[in-house]
Design a binder for this molecule. Structure first.
Ligand code: Q0Z
Length: 287
């Protein structure tokens, strides 16, 4: 727990503290969720992997869009960030047809107002990445919205800006990841405005918790590809006949160890940095 910091929010697997008027501390725990349930067993270092990866991307996408990162703390799981006025939409970019995008496509042939070619298979790569905004649901699932609804929430001009920037960020990261054997099928960004009304990337970005990462060497269409990070957890949960409602099951050691190794592998492949070097000095991802 950070010293002299006021707790201002909890996510499923993260905590948010106020450091002062201008700064927040985002702390990533080792908790893991699957089928929307947080499990009672932690994955050691998961929060450090996600914090390091987000820091890596923030450092490398500054020219595309400024971001909220001020510093990474020596614990490797805490990000000091600028306090922003967050926009009330989730900025989702999809390069592949998965999750709610696939569901909407099968029902209507479109996703968030983007008409797509007929006959696409589940997990197919889209001709171009598409911007598919969603509302921030307090409870339950975010709801996909069309550009008209998104424009009502942030204004047409701001919407055009977040669409352009979101797609540029996704293209940058997805190209980098693809060269390292990881498909970023889709991702969610959260933006805010600074005190001068400039658009700033906030929250955590381009991590396996805010994106779908797939191993490129196992990619195929016609089903839901394995998750790069959580597949052992999901496979284990499927063997239990668990109803996928809280409370979730404890994970056996082999599943914990295997899952930790997958998170570390994603970190090392994407950053080119040995994870132990990150633990020694987290700011190595910023250089
Ligand atoms: C992020 C969240 C978490 C609970 C608010 N730079 C910022 N300025 C203002 N607000 C936020 C940020 Cl990142 C902000 N969240 C999401 C994160 C726990 C909620 F760790 N909420």
């Amino acid at each position: 727990m950070p010293e002299a910091a006021l707790h201002v929010g909890s996510g499923k697997v993260r905590e948010l503290y106020a450091l002062d008027e201008e700064r927040l501390l985002l702390v990533a725990s080792d908790r893991v969720s699957t089928f929307d349930v947080v499990l009672p067993t932690d994955i050691p270092d998961k929060g450090r992997v996600l914090t390091g990866l987000a820091g890596f991307w923030f450092a490398r996408t500054q020219e595309i869009c400024p971001n909220h990162l001020l510093a990474l703390r020596s614990d490797g799981r805490s990000t000091e960030c600028r306090r922003l006025e967050m926009l009330p939409i989730e900025c989702v970019v999809r390069g592949f047809l998965a999750g709610s995008g696939w569901k909407d496509y099968t029902a209507t042939g479109a996703v968030c107002g983007h008409a797509l070619p007929a006959g696409l298979a589940e997990a197919a790569e889209l001709p171009e990445p598409i911007f598919t905004p969603a509302t921030k649901a307090e409870t339950g699932h975010d709801e996909n919205i069309d550009r008209e609804q998104a424009a009502e929430l942030v204004g047409a001009e701001r919407l055009a800006e977040v669409e352009r920037v979101s797609i540029a960020l996704y293209r940058h990261a997805a190209d980098h990841a693809r060269q390292r054997g990881i498909i970023i099928a889709d991702t969610k960004f959260e933006f805010g405005l600074d005190d001068e009304g400039r658009l700033v990337l906030g929250d955590e970005a381009l991590t396996p918790d805010s994106s779908r990462f797939w191993p490129a060497d196992e990619y195929e269409t016609g089903g839901s590809p394995p998750s790069f990070d959580k597949q052992f957890v999901r496979d284990y949960c499927e063997t239990l006949g668990w109803g996928k409602t809280a409370p979730g099951p404890e994970l056996p050691d082999a599943v914990v160890t295997g899952t930790r190794a997958r998170y570390v592998e994603a970190f090392e492949r994407l950053t080119g940095i040995v994870f132990d070097d990150y633990l020694t000095d987290p700011e190595v991802v910023l250089r």
